[in-house]
Design a protein around this ligand. Structure first.
Ligand code: COA
Length: 298
């Protein structure tokens, strides 16, 4: 699908995207590149990184891949520095790296819980912390820039209510959202850095989707969730473009929900026609009841 944004909205910007070589992260890398940014991808798998970078380069997007695990502080520091050395600045950090699997709370070990928090929550904070000096207004590589950089943390909607078999991810993403808001307050005030999040719904063709909603589950879900439909990676990338570009220059500390309204879904307990009937007859009945007469006496 064609982008509704002008192709130069990120012209001259450099973006570092964790988990940028696959899934939602790769689509963000691609769209950022198509809109003028140079992109550095961070990931654990060398081959996945290499093939992602070649695809981007074939689209004439300046791209580079750095191997690294967001759980390791030394990797985070090295990749941030390498990105700066390679492109001469860093304007945008996207934290898209995440870990997930379906498991009941009863069957989840503390280490399993901790592993996902380490990737999603601690990893996001570590990357933000390491990138700070480059994202600061007037910081290294940004001395001529009129504004500070921008951070986008990929979150979820799981923790808004509660989600089956996702206690670890719900806890991790709640921490990500808190991190987004707190950094938006501190770094927005001190350094003019905008920190926002995106909470995607189920997105087709992603590792998350195939892990969490295999085909059997997805088709069943469509039956009982009125708003159930899948989003596309493109939908998330467009939200990221909005937040990273000047279109979002007054947006700070927000986590934009991009799920087609799915998290609001409730089963419909009454058909619309039935509501009309029931509602009117209940009204009529209540009008005819004298005040103070108990129902049992009618
Ligand atoms: N069910 C229950 N526990 C699980 C599990 C599952 N499906 N998968 C992993 N765990 C537990 C392990 O048993 C282990 O705990 P233990 O030491 O108490 O046994 C802990 O989680 C760590 O597992 P390990 O396989 O050593 O972690 P890893 O660092 O190799 O991999 C994961 C991290 C598990 C998050 C892995 O799925 C991953 O790398 N994911 C990244 C990609 C991804 O998930 N993308 C989707 C994003 S939505």
């Amino acid at each position: 699908m064609e982008s509704p944004f002008k192709p130069e909205i990120l012209k001259g910007k450099v973006a570092l995207i964790t988990g940028g070589a696959s899934g939602i992260g790769f689509e963000i890398s691609t769209q950022f590149g198509k809109h003028g940014a140079s992109v550095a991808l961070m990931g654990r798998r060398k081959q996945v990184l290499q093939s992602a970078v070649s695809v981007l380069q074939s689209l004439v997007i300046p791209a580079v891949g750095f191997e690294g695990d967001v759980r390791k502080q030394e990797d985070a520091a090295r990749v941030v520095e390498s990105t700066f050395k390679h492109f001469g600045r860093i304007d945008i950090l996207v934290n898209a790296a995440a870990g997930n699997f379906l498991v009941s709370a009863e069957d989840l070990s503390s280490n399993g819980f901790r592993t996902v928090l380490d990737i999603d929550s601690v990893g996001t904070f570590t990357m933000c912390h390491e990138a700070l000096k480059y994202l600061k207004k007037g910081g290294e590589g940004r001395s001529n820039s009129s504004s500070g950089g921008s951070i986008i943390n990929i979150s979820a909607t799981l923790h808004y209510t509660a989600s089956w078999y996702q206690i670890h991810v719900s806890a991790a993403k709640a921490a990500v959202d808190a991190t987004t808001r707190n950094l938006a307050l501190e770094w927005g005030t001190d350094y003019d850095i905008r920190v926002n999040g995106i909470a995607p719904g189920p997105i087709s063709g992603t590792p998350g989707m195939s892990k969490l909603a295999p085909d059997e589950i997805s088709s069943k879900a469509r039956d009982y969730m009125p708003l159930y439909k899948l989003g596309e990676k493109w939908d998330i990338a467009m939200a990221a473009l909005f937040l990273a570009s000047d279109a979002g220059k007054f947006v700070n500390g927000d986590t934009m929900i991009v799920d087609g309204g799915l998290w609001l879904s409730r089963p419909r307990h009454l058909e619309k026609e039935a509501v009309k009937q029931v509602s009117r007859s209940v009204e009529k009945r209540s009008r005819n009841v004298p005040v103070g007469v108990p129902k049992s006496k009618l």
